[in-house]
Design a protein around this ligand. Structure first.
Ligand code: ZN
Length: 306
């Protein structure tokens, strides 16, 4: 048995929020169905934020309701506050993902709250979900955990402090996000080890961006530090409207290629991802698509880990 690595596809959420044109609900659902058909078992399909802030996410309710009918798929929806979490649960999301920025500047720009105030929001969501949605998972992503384009350096002890406060509030799935893509591999290992020393197995995954071209190197560093759960986006879409300078997520196709070539099983089929790229292009014909694998083609030497 090969060791398994879980990939959560975040293109329909992180990827689309910066897209220049609006993808129709129909095209979005067809694309997500294509991603699931390629073997992705976790997909973040949208976010419950006001449509005036991120018009791309206005149809998240409908998208969640459709995608939860796809067999075997864990439907993840982002919610910045209690009202968003309630909407995600009402629509039938299997997992609610709540962001907590480690840096003050990004927290204020993205959520209009300090990091500590957002931790308090999370503890309210934890209690509400405990009583009202015991079957729904809650995950918190610590944004700007490796640097911030507004505040600059983010201290490791601040990441540890926020992660500890979240664990204390009862969150059992905590991820670290390089929201702006400033991390380097040594830093990834150092922060992962420091956070794990504080909260143990509650640290589940990494969310990486490829701003500086270090995305896969950072994923490898995370892998070596024991992380087995990564977010990525098909065609490397992505960015954050409240984090100037951030560019796309690590590319799902390239990540799958790296992991499978190394002997890790992802359950994801590269040919299926290429078909999903075509669906994405159909739905958003003017959006730039990234990725080395799509450019080079699947090498004849490639073997899927089984
Ligand atoms: Zn992101």
């Amino acid at each position: 048995m090969k060791e398994y690595v879980t990939i959560c596809e975040v293109g329909p959420r992180d990827g689309l929020q910066m897209a220049k044109s609006i993808m129709t609900t129909e095209a979005k659902c067809a694309w997500i169905a294509g991603l699931a058909a390629a073997g992705l078992r976790e997909i973040e399909v949208g976010s419950f934020v006001p449509a005036r802030l991120i018009p791309q996410m206005a149809d998240t309710d409908a998208v969640v309701r459709f995608t939860r009918t796809i067999p075997g798929l864990t439907v993840v929806a982002l919610a910045p506050n209690l009202r968003g979490a309630q909407a995600a649960v009402a629509a039938g999301a299997h997992r609610v993902s709540v962001p907590v920025s480690v840096s003050e500047g990004h927290s204020r720009a993205n959520l209009n709250r300090s990091p500590d105030e957002q931790v308090t929001v999370v503890s309210v969501i934890v209690e509400w979900m405990r009583d009202n949605a015991p079957g729904t998972e809650l995950e918190v992503a610590c944004s700007t955990a490796f640097g911030c384009s507004i505040d600059g350096v983010v201290a490791e002890h601040d990441v540890v402090r926020i992660a500890a406060a979240l664990a204390e509030a009862g969150v059992s799935q905590i991820g670290l996000a390089d929201t702006v893509g400033y991390a380097n591999p040594a830093q990834i290992k150092s922060v992962v080890r420091a956070v794990r020393a504080e909260i143990g197995p509650a640290l589940v995954g990494l969310h990486l961006h490829d701003t500086m071209g270090l995305g896969l190197a950072n994923a490898l560093a995370g892998l070596e530090a024991g992380i087995r759960d990564f977010d990525s986006a098909l065609a490397g879409l992505g960015g954050c409207p409240f984090a100037p300078g951030a560019s796309g997520n690590i590319v799902t196709e390239d990540l799958v290629f790296m992991l499978e070539s190394m002997g890790f099983s992802t359950g994801v089929d590269l040919g299926g991802l290429m078909a999903a790229r075509a669906l994405l292009h159909e739905g958003l014909p003017h959006e730039a698509m990234h990725g080395q694998l799509a450019k080079a083609g699947i090498p004849r030497t490639f073997q899927q880990a089984i």
